[in-house]
Design a protein around this ligand. Structure first.
Ligand code: NAD
Length: 495
């Protein structure tokens, strides 16, 4: 059978992430037989819950997956709760005893996955205790899954990594970037490497520019505490957006394996230009939302949000231009933007191809053609909320004369299909169970991403921003549009 034998220990087992993502994902794996009789989960957090209460909570979190009562009960019976303060060494001894007992009961062969679903400030101490209190086993594997953010700049990321590497070798560290588990992000590679018409054009001779948008319609919601100290640059660009840039820009791997893909991604990241201060200020713009209205709903400004400083200078929007100094991409701007309280939620990539060398439709011998402009060919990859891709081509407008018009070939997965496809977290958990780190961020990728982002952050920190500078419900500040206009381009996606 392909059942995995393992003990999960989830630090932060009462938290939002555990309840919304982890338990439902484990249940989906259970339904598919990837987890069976030989798995157990220890949930730990500070609250003094009983096993019975914990199991009720777990059963509730999987209700939307429509389990039978017996199924839910049987699944939840694998869950054990241990109240635990991660700063208290004594508690790790209790944890060890429970882990060893479950290992024996369920015949888990010492295989352990530790999932840190907690604030990153605790990562260092948890990991150190796993070793000093001998919770890591010698007979099986020991793997660590950690959530973002991984550090708040290169230096802090380096220190955190150093602590973790005292206990876990790189191959056993699974740094989650949940976007890497998404169907259409993984599809970037299929589109590129399985279609000759694209890969043969995938360079600076045929591509004008690439645009990546990670738009959110929501505001900061209840994350003000965290977000006001982070901002969009660190929250989105350093991790998700740069990972997508790497996947779009990398050379074809020799084979589609973790090691080979990793090598190519790191090379791509290393080719991204690290800006001097002036370049950073010119190529990256930031924004913060002011109150605004959209479709008869009105929204607060960021500074009025809960747990946000009233004079906050945190950016809720970033737009920028990355330049990649290698043979393939030299001269092709990669524009990125992300923000909260934008017009529409949506993550998508637009690959904008160069125009034909001469527009032969612009004149005729007898009379000039009215419609003189051709649209560029654009390949769009839709990542969320719908998944799919489209390609815009020019065709002839029906009727007299010869005018062109742009047409879209489109493939989008139905909402139903998206619903039934495995969740990002489900895929990533299964990858970790298999020991496959392809869809996780390697230390070298994290480090290089921080180098790229740190100079932008530093440049911004020396100049007071004029915030707020965009209305809630719009696609960001004027500067974000000017950024492309200066280069003779425009954002393809303008909801
Ligand atoms: P949360 O605040 O809901 O949960 C935190 C958990 O940590 C709780 O179970 C709490 O009891 C426990 N905890 C706090 N202090 C403790 C201590 N001293 N000892 C033992 N337990 C303690 O947080 P969350 O939203 O679940 O996020 C967890 C991590 O996941 C964070 O790193 C966050 O950045 C990351 N993350 C969360 C989401 C999400 O959707 N919630 C998405 C991406 C990343």
């Amino acid at each position: 059978s392909n059942e995995k034998k393992v003990l999960f220990t989830i630090f932060g087992g009462t938290g939002d992430l555990a309840q919304r993502k982890l338990y439902p994902s484990l249940f989906r794996l259970y339904k598919k037989g990837k987890l069976g009789d030989h798995f157990a989960v220890i949930g730990t957090a500070r609250r003094p819950w009983s096993d019975a209460h914990y199991r009720e909570v777990v059963a509730t979190t999987i209700q939307s997956l429509n389990p039978t009562q017996a199924e839910a009960k049987e699944f939840a019976s694998h869950f054990y709760y241990q109240s635990h303060d991660v700063n208290d060494s004594k508690h790790y001894n209790t944890l060890k005893k429970l882990a060893d007992r479950l290992d024996a009961t369920y015949h888990l062969n010492g295989n352990r996955i530790y999932y840190l679903a907690m604030a990153p400030k605790f990562f260092g101490t948890i990991v150190a205790h796993l070793k000093s209190q001998k919770i890591v086993t010698e007979n099986g594997y020991n793997r660590l899954i950690i959530e973002k953010p991984f550090g708040s700049d290169y230096q802090s990321a380096f220190e955190l990594n150093h602590k973790i590497r005292q206990v876990f070798p790189e191959q056993d560290i699974f740094r989650i970037d949940h976007y890497l588990g998404k169907e259409m992000i993984q599809n970037i590679s299929a589109i590129r490497f399985a279609n000759n018409i694209f890969e043969s054009q995938w360079n600076n001779r045929y591509i004008d520019n690439i645009q990546i948008t990670f738009g959110e319609a929501l505001g900061v919601e209840d994350r003000g505490n965290y977000y006001d100290h982070s901002g969009a640059l660190k929250d989105m660009v350093q991790n998700h957006i740069l990972q997508v840039v790497a996947l779009l820009a990398m050379e074809p791997p020799v084979v589609f394996s973790e090691k080979e893909i990793r090598t190519e991604k790191i090379k791509a990241l290393k080719a991204i230009r690290i800006y001097e201060k002036e370049e950073a200020l010119k190529n990256f713009v930031r924004g913060q939302y002011a109150p605004g209205e959209l479709e008869n709903r009105s929204f607060k400004g960021y500074r009025e949000e809960d747990k946000v400083a009233p004079q906050s200078t945190t950016e809720t929007f970033v737009a920028g231009k990355f330049l990649i100094d290698n043979f393939r991409w030299s001269g092709v701007p990669f524009y990125v933007r992300t923000g909260k309280r934008l017009t529409e939620k949506g993550t998508r990539i637009n690959i904008v191809f160069k125009q034909v060398p001469v527009n032969v439709f612009k004149t005729s011998i007898d009379e000039p053609c009215k419609d003189t402009s051709l649209s560029p060919n654009v390949l769009t990859i839709y990542i969320q909320p719908t998944e799919g891709f489209s390609l815009t081509l020019n065709g002839k407008k029906v009727g007299q004369g010869f005018n062109t018009t742009s047409r879209k070939l489109e493939y989008r997965n139905s909402a139903e299909m998206v619903e039934n496809s495995p969740e990002a977290y489900e895929k990533l958990l299964l990858d970790a169970l298999k020991g496959d780190g392809t869809n996780f961020s390697h230390w070298e990728e994290v480090a290089q991403s921080w180098h790229i982002v740190d100079v932008i952050r530093k440049a911004w920190d020396q100049v007071a921003p004029e915030f707020p500078n965009y209305k809630a419900g719009t696609m960001g500040p004027v500067a974000a549009f000017e950024l492309l206009e200066q280069d003779g381009f425009k954002w393809i996606w303008q909801p």
